[in-house]
Write a protein that binds this ligand. Structure first.
Ligand code: AP5
Ligand code: MG
Length: 201
């Protein structure tokens, strides 16, 4: 099973992807995490991505598509992938369709996490405060100014994917304003998963 978690910055994509990974043996593939690791390692991809990420803008499609194409070939992705933060543009969605098709795989569902903009800003501010308080590394893009750009970029470049997948009949909208547990329940209820395949929570 392959699914996409679609939603604006701070919607809970990473939180829910990790829970699905633990429960269903699927692999979380977060392009944000992959790119942050590349930046930290100073790799050519990281060097190219850094300025876009720090500004809250999208990294060019070819960089991200190439990285995903390579990553889903790894053995740990065979059982299925939860795409977290990918695709983010229509060209990325088209590239995903063709790369899955080439590998004889398909996309089973797209879960859209719907969260109000004001809650997103609060969540990301809180995450930065908590990370700082615990002595961790705050994400370079978790500033109020960059968050404004990230939200604008989501509405301009990523939200057209909602119609793209709705047309295909695989879009499931979930209320992402509910508690983390309730959102998980709603996602599981929306997914085409056989009951006997579920690991205990
Ligand atoms: P990425 O890392 O994907 O960041 P993002 O989309 O901005 O989203 P976040 O990771 O901030 O939020 P999330 O939805 O994962 O929420 P989380 O679970 O953490 O991308 C970063 C950058 O990388 C991009 O700006 C771009 O530059 C580049 N990039 C990445 N992918 C790309 C692509 N495909 N193409 C081009 N560029 C790309 O939750 C947030 C907080 O809220 C947490 O503290 C959490 O505990 C809390 N929370 C979660 N759920 C709830 C809830 N239900 N109630 C209350 N609090 C909650
Ligand atoms: Mg995330």
């Amino acid at each position: 099973m392959n699914l996409i978690l679609l939603g604006p910055p701070g919607a809970g994509k990473g939180t829910q992807a990790k829970r699905l990974e633990a429960r269903f043996g699927l692999k979380q593939l977060s392009t944000g995490d992959m790119l942050r690791a590349a930046v930290a390692a100073g790799s050519p991809v990281g060097q190219r991505a850094k300025e876009y990420m720090d500004a809250g803008k999208l990294v060019p499609d070819d960089v991200v598509i190439g990285a995903v194409d390579e990553r889903i070939e790894q053995p740990d992705c065979k059982a299925g992938v939860i795409f977290d933060g990918f695709p983010r543009t229509v060209p990325q969605a088209e590239a995903l369709d063709s790369m899955l098709g080439r590998k004889g795989r398909r996309l089973d569902a797209v879960v859209e996490l719907k969260v109000d903009s004001s809650a997103l800003v609060d969540r990301v501010r809180k995450r930065a405060e908590e990370t700082r308080a615990s002595g961790g590394q705050v994400r370079a893009d978790d500033t109020p100014e960059t968050m404004e750009t990230r939200l604008r970029v989501y509405h301009e470049q990523t939200s057209p994917l909602i119609a793209y997948y709705a047309k295909r009949g695989i879009l499931k909208a979930v209320d992402g304003m509910a508690t983390i547990d309730k959102v998980s329940e709603a996602i599981e209820a929306a997914l085409p998963l056989p009951k006997q395949g579920r690991n205990p929570a």
